[in-house]
Write a protein that binds this ligand. Structure first.
Ligand code: NDP
Length: 313
């Protein structure tokens, strides 16, 4: 039996692993099909403190993993199919490993950005297609950018990207936007943003140098149009990776794990959550890492309290 199992190896899970390993708790970290999480799909990270010249996403994640291993964290590859949290110790059914038993569980399975599934999109990730304005906006200084989506994420990204871009075109498949009124007002007041509403994206256009535009269908005229741009930011939402929990942990309406504010505690004592799987607001590597530290410390305190109550009995 493990004292603690951490599911997920983004910055949240790996930071939790570093802290728990250093506390001599010998955590087991379960790596899924994308070790290192979303950061391994970005190129250079320029806003993670401590790297004045930036660092490549995969290198940062590799460093965090080595740091956790140095203190004794164990890593195994597998896919968690289901969890049994009704009785203690907790049980995990892991494809590729089998059943694992643990006193505590840290959930750091992240969230996955939704993509449109149109031609040219996946092939051009890192060549002009992005799902993270904070990560990649800086690379589009003085260039034209398209942002796809009509929710708060898209409008926030559009506004943010005007700091770098010469022009941002916001493409939404409907005339109406889902975003809050305050966000809409803010973007409408920004004269660097152009609106391309009632247009359905159909293809990311690119050449050997990278992205050069987005082809859309004008839903009113039925005509195809090309919006020229060097960057295409897809901002149509994220989905948290919580399906394997089978509804046993309390989530919000969108599936994000609910934690007690200011902690990493879920509705089940001994189960903690950190990183994007419980974060609908910040979604940054550094905030994920910070929340991973919180989860490890909450977990340690919980185990201590168990040991104390066992001694008393
Ligand atoms: P939303 O679900 O609110 O919006 C998604 C947008 O993408 C919609 O405009 C939707 O269009 C569009 N879309 C979805 N699928 C497709 C597709 N296949 N093709 C074209 N367009 C598509 O997601 P958000 O990430 O914007 O927001 C999620 C939650 O997070 C919301 O509750 C939001 O308020 C919150 N949030 C809050 C922020 C803040 O307060 N600062 C910042 C960011 C998010 P359609 O409307 O037609 O379905």
């Amino acid at each position: 039996m493990y004292k603690s199992i951490i599911v997920g190896t983004g910055p949240a899970g790996l930071t939790a692993a570093i802290y728990l390993a250093r506390a001599n708790m010998k955590p087991l970290v379960i790596e899924g099909p994308q070790p290192g999480g979303q950061l391994t799909t970005t190129t250079e990270i320029e806003n993670f403190p401590g790297f004045p010249d930036g660092i490549m996403g995969p290198e940062l994640m590799d460093n965090m993993r080595k740091q956790a291993e140095r203190f004794g964290a164990e890593f195994r590859t597998g896919w968690v199919n289901s969890v049994e949290l009704e009785s203690r110790p907790f049980k995990l059914n892991v494809e590729g490993i089998g059943e694992l038993v643990t006193e505590t569980l840290i959930l750091s399975t992240g969230a996955t950005a939704k993509y449109l599934g149109i031609p040219g999109e996946q092939d051009n990730i890192g060549r002009g297609v992005s799902t993270c304005a904070t990560c990649d906006g800086f690379f589009f200084r003085g260039k034209e950018i398209v942002v796809i989506g009509g929710g708060d994420s898209a409008l926030e990204e559009a506004n943010f990207l005007t700091r770098f871009a010469s022009k941002v075109t916001l493409v939404n498949r409907r005339e109406e936007l889902r975003a809050s009124k305050i966000m809409q007002d803010r973007v409408r007041a920004n004269d660097k943003v152009q609106w391309s509403l009632n247009r359905t994206p159909i293809e990311v256009s690119a050449n050997e140098k990278g992205v050069n535009g987005l082809k859309v269908l004008n839903n009113q005229t039925g005509q195809e149009e090309l919006i020229e741009a060097s960057g295409v930011f897809v901002a149509i939402g994220h989905h948290p990776n919580t399906a394997f929990l089978g509804g046993k942990i309390t989530t919000d309406a969108n599936g994000y794990i609910v934690v007690t504010p200011g902690t990493s505690e879920t509705n089940i004592p001994g189960v903690f959550a950190c990183g994007d799987v419980q974060d609908t607001k910040y979604r940054q590597a550094i905030t994920a890492a910070g929340s991973g530290c919180m989860a490890a410390m909450d977990c340690e305190k919980y185990i201590e309290s168990l040991e104390y109550s066992e001694v008393k009995i």
